[in-house]
Write a protein that binds this ligand. Structure first.
Ligand code: GSH
Length: 206
C-alpha cells in the first residue's frame, strides 16, 4: 500500500497517474495548499521541502516504511519497484531519464512561473510574463520536434510522458494553442485517451 500526499496540481497528478498505471493500491491524503497544509509539522516530516507530492510506501526497501518526496524521484522509484514504464537496459533507460529531467528542470518550473505571472501578477509585470511565455513557447517547440521523431518522449509510453502530460493539460492557463504544435497535440490526445490517465487526473477528489 502506498500513501499518496497530493493536491489538484500537475506535480501531484504525475504520481496519481503513475499509481493508476502500475496498479498498486494507494490511499490519498489531500494536502490543501490553499489552506497552507503543506507547512504542517506532520507533513514536513515526509516532505521537508513543504511541497506535494510525497509518498510513504508502507512496504518499502527492507520491508520497512519508506518516505519519498520530489515527483521525479517518486516516478523512478515506482517504476523500479514494479519493473514498469522505464526500460531496464541502460541506454533506453537513460533516454527516459533524460526526458523526465527535461520535465523536472524545464517544463515544470517554467510553465509554473508562466502561470504565476499570467494569472496573479499586476499588469505592469510585463517582464515576467514575457520571459516565461517565451520559455513556454520554446519548450513547446522542443517537444513538438521530439514528438515528430518519436511516438512518445522516449521509446514506448513511459514515466517521461506521465511527467509531462499534466503540465501540458494546463495549456489554456499558459495561453498556448495545441493546434500550433500538432505533434504535441497528437501525443496529448493519445495519452489523454488512456483510462488510467483519466483516473489519475481526477485525484484528489475535492
Ligand atoms: N520539484 C517538485 C515541485 C513540487 C511543487 O512545486 N509542488 C507544488 C504544487 S504543484 C507545491 O506543493 N507548492 C506548495 C508550496 O510551494 O508551498 C516536484 O516535482 O515534486
Amino acid at each position: 500500500m502506498i500513501d499518496l500526499y497530493t493536491w489538484t496540481t500537475p506535480n501531484g497528478r504525475k504520481v496519481s497517474i503513475m499509481l493508476e498505471e502500475i496498479g498498486l493500491p494507494y490511499e490519498v491524503y489531500p494536502v490543501n495548499l490553499s489552506k497552507d497544509e503543506q507547512f504542517k509539522p506532520e507533513f514536513l516530516k515526509i516532505s521537508p521541502n513543504n511541497k506535494i507530492p510525497a509518498i510513504v510506501d508502507r512496504d518499502g526497501p527492507g520491508k520497512k516504511p519508506f518516505t519519498l518526496f520530489e515527483s521525479g524521484a517518486i516516478l523512478m522509484y515506482l517504476a523500479e519497484k514494479t519493473g514498469k514504464l522505464m526500460p531496464k537496459e541502460m541506454g533506453p533507460r537513460y533516454e527516459v531519464v533524460e526526458w523526465l529531467m527535461f520535465q523536472m528542470g524545464g517544463v515544470g518550473p517554467m510553465f509554473g512561473q508562466a502561470h504565476q505571472f499570467l494569472r496573479n501578477s499586476p499588469e505592469n509585470e510585463a517582464y515576467g510574463r514575457e520571459r516565461f511565455s517565451k520559455e513556454v513557447a520554446r519548450l513547446y517547440r522542443v517537444m513538438n520536434k521530439r514528438l515528430g521523431e518519436s511516438e512518445y518522449f522516449s521509446g514506448d509510453y513511459s514515466i517521461a510522458d506521465i511527467a509531462v502530460y499534466p503540465w501540458v493539460s494546463r495549456y489554456e492557463m499558459h495561453r498556448t494553442r495545441l493546434e500550433d504544435f500538432p505533434n504535441v497535440k497528437r501525443w496529448y490526445d493519445t495519452v489523454g485517451n488512456r483510462h488510467t490517465v483519466q483516473r489519475g487526473m481526477d485525484v484528489p477528489k475535492t
